[in-house]
Design a protein around this ligand. Structure first.
Ligand code: PMP
Length: 963
């Protein structure tokens, strides 16, 4: 038995009497083992090295204590017990930690791992460690990246394959990165998220992060660099490929600054170089420890490629992965080229801004002789074109993805045409591309914007004589002839054309600048090489980009707020709509029971015709006399009972409610608003304040001083059943000194709740008696949706003082309205103008009119009653057969199906509701679930839904409830 095993066994005996199944685990300095208690529960045993610094052992324990009980997306070990063990006369610290299930992430192919999740987990851990400190953290150790410059090594002793890389990486750290790190804040970091220490579950999701033995105080980007370094070692040809999702995941959880991103590739190289240097040392100190050398084989394999792979392009790719433009300087160059200050000369005589241009399709045959049709000055191969013609090996990209996206502008003109410099500049490089794929001469010019920002122009497929015409370092003048267009026999058989390409960075190179990019890197390369038509100024547009699902998901993740949610476990790519249906990018049709905005049917032709007709003629604001706004106001108020006769036009339901509160507050000179429990009225600050659904739930600040919440008069779950008058007592109690009583006429996010009988009438009476204004929010349920009336408040026999309208009013166009009394409107006339740039513009008003016409002419209110009644009857039938349906409620096409775990307790069946929604979408019916218990299926389709479609919905619901 080795000394190590014996020591582990005595440690196990001390900490876990009756232990069994001791299996040693790898470790750098500690002796580690998996061991089970007598009853079979696994734990980790760690025996510190004999010469371990007791302060560092204490540090490790302190970190584990700090993390214990914190909500992290991965598990970290908890310290269970600790003892001092005598091993051959020396005391060593033995600790027992919780065992964490999972496998090292490199046990599986990288493609199976949720790398974003792993990055996010490390970020969350860093965030949790940010508040931790310990005296031992001030002492750097051999894996402290900020101290990498102090690691001494003899280059001659480094393995030959890694020598050049290691020397270069360490040199760069000493010269540049160390100082950059000094400028970043430091904190406690794990510092060793290597392949053995990040555990993943069977689905490849991060499960645990272990081994806090290398904890350090350093800028957090050092720990991220360590994580990335080990991913690089397991990558395919494109060593950065796994790093991108790791960094994107980290950034999503704990956003990286541009300064951190800029040094990350260099720090990844530093960590790998540290590994090479430390392995040589550790090999000397502990020749028998194979674990210390595990990374060295992979490092030797990738080292020759690392200099390039972790260079300037890596920074661009990482910036893009984090949502920053790949090249920050690109913005300045593009702005200058777009400005009047830039005055480029034509690159070839035919390429003038007024040229007659033939745009070649992406699959055009670009080889052979060119024939220009009559009347055409030149043909062009567009920038951004995804060209299937690039199938030769030259265009094979790393990891098998071909480079097909054209980054230049090809100007097809006769061979021998002169090529001119568009601006004053310098020749950087001139060359003839090597024999195998002879693209003729290439010329790289350097120019500057008027503020001195450099940019470069690459001209390719030139006649070879370019090498005798200009020399590197030579100055050229705007409009000077610098080359000649090459003939097919000297440019690889392509039709004669200069390839014109811009560069906003040369990525530290002067050759090997690609003219085509991988589709997955389009955004990166289009930032490096912006549209060359900024220089050529031809009357053409760049080729549109085809964007796939993955691209949309990643862009949403970086350039849009994470607070935007997506519906369904597998989000849908919806690209079109028609009637009550939505159509996805594969042509699948879904019955839309969610979208009450598309009131008269998705993309109704009458509405789109009104929109396009008016948009073609005029769209301005309310400061001119246009008939549409006056006509629309007249038509709208005709739908309301007296005295509601003054309209304000705005752009969203939130704007409408926000204005309604201003009206009430101005009219009453008071501030406080009475609002209902579980209500939602909009997303502005003023509305979050009165929306219990927001302020009382995750992320909310609780009830503020300007709101008083009244219990929801919910006939199904409320304490007074359907006795509305009883609930209204609360309004009486709260309404003293209030400006307004605000309510949805059928609360939607509260779970499609029909207000208890008599509630509104009593509540209005109490509120008005106290001097408050009554505001009905009809944003969800107005415009005939309830079938028996235009407005849902009508059934309650009340007339509000203010009504707010939104969603369906513009059938998807941003239009909303406030309708009020002349008295309240008059109070608002205080000398301050009410101006709303977009509210009430002629296009919006024409759309509003078209919606009203369609509701009238297609008798959609009657359809809401008929089909809604049919649906409700079908749902009640389902309720008879499915015990999980506790309640079916609502009116017209505004229905709710309340799912419960038990009809007697009415306990919300949230999980069931979620499952039903998912099962329905799998069967192509779109539903949503809401309510405080997330258990109410909401049914509010476009009003054009037919009885047949309603039957399809019922059939699918039956299946979803059964399945
Ligand atoms: N009021 C109610 C009842 C709503 O349901 C909503 C939107 N869900 C709003 C107001 C806010 O409307 P918008 O999103 O158009 O601002």
């Amino acid at each position: 038995m080795t000394v190590g095993l014996a020591a582990l066994e005595s440690a196990a005996a001390a900490l876990l009497p009756g232990y069994r199944d001791l299996v040693p685990l790898p470790g750098e300095r500690d002796l580690n083992a998996r061991v089970c208690s007598a009853d079979g529960r696994p734990a980790v045993l760690k025996l510190a090295a004999a010469d371990a610094d007791p302060d560092r052992v204490e540090l490790e324990d302190a970190v584990l204590r700090h993390l214990a009980g914190r909500a992290l997306p991965v598990r970290t070990p908890a310290l269970l017990d600790r003892a001092a063990i005598d091993v051959e006369g020396r005391w060593r610290v033995a600790r027992m930690l919780t065992w964490i299930d999972g496998a090292p992430w490199t046990d599986r192919p990288l493609s199976d791992i949720d790398l974003r999740g792993v990055g996010a987990a490390v970020a969350a851990l860093d965030a949790a460690l940010a508040g931790f400190d310990h005296p031992a953290l001030t002492v750097p150790h051999r894996w402290s990246m900020p101290a990498a410059g102090q690691l001494s090594f003899d280059p001659a002793r480094l393995p030959a394959q890694c020598r050049e890389f290691t020397v270069a990486a360490m040199g760069r750290f000493r010269n540049e990165l160390g100082a950059a790190l000094d400028r970043l804040p430091s904190q406690a970091i794990h510092n060793d998220a290597n392949e053995h220490n990040v555990l993943v579950d069977d689905n490849g999701a991060p499960a645990g992060l272990i081994d806090f033995g290398d904890v350090d105080r350093a800028p957090r980007v050092c720990g991220l660099a360590t994580l990335c370094a080990y991913a690089v070692l397991h990558a395919g040809d494109d060593v950065l490929a796994p790093v991108l999702p790791l960094v994107a995941g980290y950034h999503r959880e704990a956003p990286l600054t541009v300064a951190e991103v800029a040094i990350l590739p260099g720090l990844i190289a530093t960590r790998l170089a540290m590994s090479v240097v430390n392995a040589v040392r550790q090999g000397d100190d502990d020749p028998g420890n194979a674990y210390l050398q595990v990374s060295q084989g992979p490092i030797r394999r990738v080292a020759p490629r690392l200099g390039e792979a972790l260079g300037a392009l890596a920074v661009c790719r990482l910036r893009d992965a984090c949502g920053y433009p790949a090249v920050p300087e690109s913005r300045t160059v593009v702005a200058w080229l777009s400005s009047a200050a830039a005055d480029p000369a034509p690159v070839v005589a035919a390429a003038r801004p007024d040229a007659k241009v033939l745009v070649l399709p992406s699959d055009a045959d670009l080889t052979g002789a060119a024939v220009l049709p009559d009347g055409v000055d030149l043909a062009v191969g567009r920038y951004g074109e995804d060209r299937p013609v690039y199938t030769v090996d030259e265009f094979a990209g790393a990891d098998g993805e071909r480079r097909t996206v054209h980054l230049g502008l090809d100007l097809f003109v006769p061979a021998g045409e002169p090529v001119y410099a568009p601006f004053d500049g310098d020749v950087v490089a001139v060359a003839v591309r090597p024999a195998a794929l002879d693209y003729g001469g290439t010329l790289l010019l350097r120019h500057e914007t008027s503020s001195g920002a450099p940019f470069w122009l690459l001209l390719g497929h030139l006649a070879r004589e370019v090498t005798t015409r200009v020399r590197p370092g030579q100055r050229v003048a705007r409009g000077e002839r610098v080359a000649t267009v090459g003939a097919p026999d000297e440019n690889g058989g392509w039709q004669p054309h200069p390839h014109v390409q811009l560069f906003t960075t040369l990525l530290g190179r002067s050759h090997d600048l690609p003219g085509v990019a991988r589709r997955s890197e389009r955004d990166v390369w289009q930032s490096i090489s912006p549209d060359p038509n900024l220089v050529c100024r031809l009357p053409i547009e760049p080729a549109p980009a085809q964007r796939d699902r993955d691209w949309i998901v990643s862009r949403r993740g970086t350039n849009l707020s994470a607070t935007l949610s997506l519906s369904y476990a597998t989000p849908l790519s919806i690209v079109a709509g028609e009637g009550a249906e939505l159509i996805d990018s594969d042509g699948r049709r879904y019955l839309d029971l969610v979208n009450n905005v598309a009131h008269v049917g998705h993309c109704h032709s009458r509405v789109t015709a009104a929109l396009t007709e008016q948009a073609r003629i005029l769209n301005t604001n309310t400061r001119y006399l246009h008939p549409a706004i006056a006509e629309y106001a007249r038509r709208l108020v005709a739908l309301f009972p007296d005295p509601l006769s003054v309209v304000f036009l705005v752009n969203s339901g939130s704007e409408a409610n926000d204005l309604a509160l201003r009206l009430a507050r101005t009219h009453t000179g008071r501030d406080v608003v009475l609002a209902l429990e579980h209500a939602y009225h909009g997303h502005t600050s003023a509305l979050i304040e009165v929306s219990h659904y927001k302020f009382a739930r995750a992320g909310g600040a609780g009830a503020g001083p300007r709101v008083r919440v009244c219990r929801l008069p919910d006939p199904y779950r409320g304490e007074h059943g359907d006795d509305g008058v009883a609930y209204a007592e609360e309004v009486a109690r709260h309404s003293h000194g209030a400006a307004a009583f605000l309510h949805e006429s059928i609360p939607g996010v509260a779970g499609q709740v029909e207000l208890a009988t008599g509630y509104l009438a009593a509540a209005y009476a109490y509120a008005r008696a106290a001097g408050a204004v009554c505001i009905a929010d009809e944003v969800q349920c107005g415009f005939g949706r309830v079938g028996d009336a235009m407005w849902a408040f009508e059934r309650h026999g009340v007339v509000p003082d203010v009504v707010t309208l939104g969603k369906p009013i513009g059938n998807g166009h941003p239009l909303a309205a406030v309708v009020t009394t002349p008295q309240i409107a008059r109070s608002f006339v205080s000398g301050m103008e009410y101006f709303n740039t977009f509210g009430g513009n002629p296009v919006s008003c024409r759309i509003g009119l078209a919606v009203l016409d369609t509701i009238r002419d297609e008798r959609l209110m009657a359809n809401a009653a008929d089909v809604g009644g049919h649906l409700a009857a079908g749902l009640r039938e389902l309720q008879r057969r499915h015990a999980c349906i506790g309640d079916v409620r609502g009116r017209g096409l505004f229905l709710g199906v309340d799912l419960v775990t038990d009809r007697s307790t009415r306990e919300p069946a949230s999980e069931r509701a979620r499952a039903v929604v998912e099962a329905a979408v799998a069967r192509r019916v779109l539903l949503s679930a809401d309510g405080p218990g997330a258990n109410v299926l909401k049914i509010k389709p476009p009003l054009v839904i037919t009885e047949r479609e309603a039957d399809r919905a019922l059939h699918v619901l039956e299946g979803a409830l059964t399945g």
